[in-house]
Write a protein that binds this ligand. Structure first.
Ligand code: SAM
Ligand code: SF4
Ligand code: SF4
Length: 337
């Protein structure tokens, strides 16, 4: 079908963020605050989730529309049973050139080898602090940092190289640990990427004051370990890259609040129950599962997705205004970042 599919702002469809579960064993305060995601919270039933076969079919159709990169996410994707089977099924699709996973690494030590064998290209681990007490407070389940570090080691042993580590920075909570994080991974194959805390969803009580701007993050690291900017690896890379002047590796910053990158945003998102979102800050979605389950053919489904992409004009981060901040928005734990 249409290989030159573009949205209203001329952006092609290239990346898919694929959420495979809405559940998580962490309660990171900025993502799934415990008072909202509590015992009463109604997560999806297994029958509501897209099956591995349905996902593979949808991704196959999306490759005909231009998708080349697929990032598996959640909730916590490794909670989805036998995820490595899905990885193998997606790896076998000819159009998928890059297949990656974002995880909190709580189950990575058990899974890294299986995922690598199944064809996963890369792993990104979320780790907000090396200080055990701060980390436990941020994941709000008392999960120890040592087990995340063991998961990272297992991924390295399984042959993943490099490994990116996402660090969401919140003022007054973990920003004093930025330089420690950089120090810890200097000279290794792990690339820390510092992320400005975002106003995703409507449950985390985000305030602009909580954001530490990427410029400030860089100055703190640069003062200790001098940095210089390097070229992005590809058009539309969300992280800005810097290397240590002494050759000890690189870091990245994702400045979604202070330097939005909507102009090059080629990402489509799908929730685990098959709703399509054209923006992380989306309040509207289209139900793809219904189309798939009611017997729609590949051409129909392709036309449906192409139509949605063709109408897309999202640039929330660029517009971030009083108007766009009102109303209820999809939660990060449903569409996975
Ligand atoms: N559970 C997995 C994990 O934590 O890696 C995958 C899903 S999680 C929603 C994906 C990424 O979104 C994580 O790196 C997380 O830190 C990030 N994230 C969640 N809420 C965020 C927020 N409000 N601002 C910035 N990043 C956020
Ligand atoms: Fe779970 Fe990831 Fe959200 Fe933390 S950021 S609550 S690990 S989905
Ligand atoms: Fe893409 Fe929406 Fe984020 Fe802009 S705000 S970069 S359009 S997901």
């Amino acid at each position: 079908m249409t290989p030159h599919l573009k949205d209203q702002l001329g952006r092609p469809l290239r990346d898919l963020r694929l959420s495979v579960t809405d559940r998580c064993n962490f309660r990171c305060t900025y993502c799934m605050p415990r008072d909202v995601f509590d015992r009463e919270f109604e997560f999806l039933d297994s029958g509501e989730l897209l099956s591995f076969e349905e996902i593979t079919r949808i991704v196959g159709i999306m490759t005909s529309l231009g998708v080349r990169k697929v990032r598996i996410t959640g909730g916590e994707p490794l909670l989805r049973r036998e995820l490595e089977k899905l990885v193998a099924m997606l790896f076998a699709l000819p159009g998928v050139e890059d297949l990656t996973l974002t995880t909190n690494a709580s189950l990575l030590a058990r899974k890294a080898g299986l995922l690598k064998e199944a064809g996963l290209s890369r792993v990104t681990v979320s780790l907000d602090s090396l200080d055990d007490e701060v980390f436990r407070r941020m994941n709000d389940t008392g999960f120890p940092v040592a087990r995340v570090l063991t998961g990272i080691e297992a991924a390295i042993d399984a042959g993943f190289d490099p490994i990116k580590v996402n660090v969401v920075v919140r003022r007054g909570l973990n920003d004093h640990g930025i330089v420690d994080m950089a120090r810890r991974f200097r000279g290794t194959c792990v690339i820390p990427r510092f992320i400005e805390y975002m106003d995703v969803g409507s449950t985390n009580g985000w305030r602009l004051d909580d954001v530490v701007p990427a410029g400030a993050i860089l100055s703190r690291i640069d003062a200790e370990f001098p940095l210089e900017p390097i070229e992005s690896r590809y058009h539309g890379e969300v992280a800005r890259r810097y290397r240590y002047r002494d050759g000890a590796g690189e870091i990245g910053v994702i400045a979604s609040v202070t330097r939005p990158f909507c102009g090059t945003c080629t990402r489509l998102r799908i929730s685990s129950d098959g709703r399509l979102f054209t923006c992380l800050f989306g309040s509207r979605s289209e139900d793809l599962r219904e189309r798939v389950r009611s017997g729609g053919g590949d051409e129909d489904i392709a036309r449906f997705i192409a139509g949605m992409w063709g109408r897309r004009e999202d640039r929330y981060s660029e517009l971030r205004s009083g108007e766009t901040q009102s109303g209820s928005r999809v939660e990060m734990s449903q569409i996975g970042g």
